[in-house]
Design a protein around this ligand. Structure first.
Ligand code: M6R
Length: 365
């Protein structure tokens, strides 16, 4: 039931601090991830993993893209990510020491299941599923399962499934990283960062009114651009997907460094540009992107760490975000983009929970 919320999507956006908390519950101490809590056989199955192959579709694929940044940075293990519909129709090389990781809210996505079944024939170390539906085909066919605790997701546009997938993926990454030399103190630091995420999500949800105000600038637009660097690039992709799905505004996401290589040609006053810019080493580079956009009369919407102190100026709208650890930033920065597309869709009067042409679960090709 929607309760007091106007749409399931809004209710599900607001559930995120609780379900992210539920997804880490019982799987962490104050200093470390409890590997046994990831599955009774986790210890054995994670042993000798030398490569991770992630497969998923849509929003779940974006979660996989974030995880690649984490896995390579923290565990130092090569990680490939591919959409299931591409993976299943090409020849590929799977090393025997590969962990095959499928991410799916429903656990019934046809392409993801087909990719898993096909990969099984090629042989790999173990199949891990990150899934939200107990008893789904994906859960039944995998060796190891980390359940997200998002609860039923009714809105076709995925929200809480994504942030709980990221939470589960970070737990998994930390378990893998410890086996591959991540110092105890660093793991403890990241566990602390993860524990702060539910509170930070609530802080961002409190920005609902100013974000709703920003959304007014999008209602009469036909195109938009989303930019991010590093692990915020998949967040930009996810933000753009949300806007496309529910408001039917064409939204494209680019790694910010690609701007000059083509999309800048599109930028003018009719093309709002959304940027997710946490306070890390890439911030300075992002500043120059902002200049490039502004110089062409583009309107910029920047979600940035309040500590950066970006100033509002004509054509630049800044939404100050709480300071977050760079590792957990993708989880927190997803929230304002969900709210932005939600409000744009409400203003446009589209069917937020049931966008045209889309189904909640894509069980056929
Ligand atoms: O159930 P799954 O996670 O496997 O679904 C994958 C996609 O179909 C899904 O994420 C889709 O992209 C959503 N509508 C995105 O909001």
């Amino acid at each position: 039931e929607k309760g007091d919320y106007r749409h399931f999507m809004l209710k599900e956006i607001h559930e995120q601090s609780r379900v992210v908390q539920a997804t880490m519950e019982g799987r962490l101490t104050d200093r470390r991830v409890l590997e046994q809590a990831l599955g009774t056989d986790a210890e054995n199955l994670l042993q000798d993993v030398r490569h991770v192959q992630i497969i998923a579709c849509g929003t779940s694929y974006h979660a996989g893209m974030v995880a690649r940044y984490w896995i390579e940075e923290l565990a130092g293990i090569p990680c490939s990510v591919e959409v299931a519909s591409e993976f299943r129709y090409r020849k590929h090389v799977i090393q025997p020491d590969t962990l095959f990781l499928c991410i799916s809210q429903s656990g019934e996505t046809a392409d993801t299941l087909a990719a898993l079944r096909q990969a099984k024939e090629a042989g790999f170390r173990a199949a891990l599923a990150i899934c939200n539906v107990p008893g789904s085909s994906l859960v039944r066919e995998s060796d190891l399962v980390i359940m997200t605790q998002a609860g039923p997701e009714i809105g076709v546009a995925s929200t809480k499934a994504f942030t709980t997938q990221l939470t589960a993926l970070l737990l998994f990454t930390l378990a893998l990283a410890r086996r591959n030399g991540l110092p105890e103190a660093e793991e403890a630091d990241m566990v602390q960062a993860l524990r702060q995420v539910p509170g930070q999500i609530d802080q961002v949800l409190a920005l609902d009114t100013p974000i709703a105000r920003l959304s007014e600038a999008f209602v009469d637009k036909h195109h938009s651009l989303f930019l991010g660097r590093g692990s915020q690039f998949p967040v930009a992709l996810e933000g753009a997907l949300k806007l496309k799905e529910i408001s039917y505004i064409h939204a494209e996401a680019y790694p910010a460094g690609e701007l000059k290589h083509g999309p800048l040609a599109l930028v003018d006053s009719e093309m709002p540009v959304v940027t997710v810019a946490p306070n890390n080493a890439l911030m300075e580079k992002l500043r120059s992107n902002l200049e490039e956009v502004r110089a062409r009369g583009g309107e910029l919407f920047v979600f940035a760490d309040e500590a950066v102190g970006l100033a509002e100026e004509p054509g630049v709208h800044v939404m100050n975000m709480p300071s977050v650890h760079p590792i957990t930033a993708p989880i927190v920065y997803t929230i304002p983009l969900q709210l932005l597309s939600y409000h744009v869709a409400v203003l446009k009067g589209t069917d937020v929970d049931q966008p045209r042409n889309l189904a909640k679960s894509v069980t056929v090709e």
